[in-house]
Design a protein around this ligand. Structure first.
Ligand SMILES: [Fe+2]
Ligand SMILES: [Fe+2]
Length: 169
């Protein structure tokens, strides 16, 4: 009996210790739906930003990256579809609201905004993969891993266009 009690206390503690590894990884399915909806809102944001920025970037030195951004737009749309599918699978309703998109008339600033967003997205998806695995959703983790590979490529494209090292996130 005492043994059982200890186990129950332990497993309860797992989700309640703030700041512990388990506390940040162990989310419920409902929490995962909300987090995936935040990811989806960010994918919409990325689609919009890349659609617009790829067309308004001016200047000979930005022609190559403008073409890259146009490709990113299509990839972000695919990500949005994959994330929507996961939300539906979990019994949630995919959001219809994008995260806000910053605008600028300066090419450099547009690229900076994109890079910041990609950094944030990479951080979020790494966390999401851990959360999916903690819930035993290995196939979902795999789908998000494939998205993560492309987000890291986006980071590299933008950092290269800005003449920087790829940021450690
Ligand atoms: Fe994406
Ligand atoms: Fe991206």
């Amino acid at each position: 009996m005492a043994h059982r009690h200890t186990d129950a206390a332990k497993s309860q503690g797992r989700n309640t210790v703030p700041g512990s590894q388990e506390a940040s990884t162990g989310v419920s399915r409902e929490e995962l739906i909300d987090l995936l909806n935040e990811d989806l809102a960010r994918e919409y944001q990325a689609v919009i930003a890349y659609v617009v920025y790829s067309q308004v970037l001016k200047g000979a030195q930005y022609m190559m990256i403008a073409q890259e951004l146009e490709k990113h737009a299509g990839e972000e749309l695919r990500h949005a579809l994959v994330i929507s599918k996961q939300i539906d699978y979990l019994g949630g309703m995919p959001t219809v609201v994008p995260a806000p998109v910053k605008t600028s008339s300066k090419a450099q600033e547009m690229l900076e905004f994109d890079l910041e967003n990609e950094n944030e997205t990479v951080r979020n998806y790494r966390e999401r993969i851990r959360q999916c695995e903690a819930l035993g959703e290995y196939a979902m983790a795999e789908q998000i891993r494939e998205i993560l590979v492309e987000e890291q490529e986006h980071q590299i494209d933008l950092a290269t266009a800005l003449g920087r090292e790829v940021p450690k996130v």
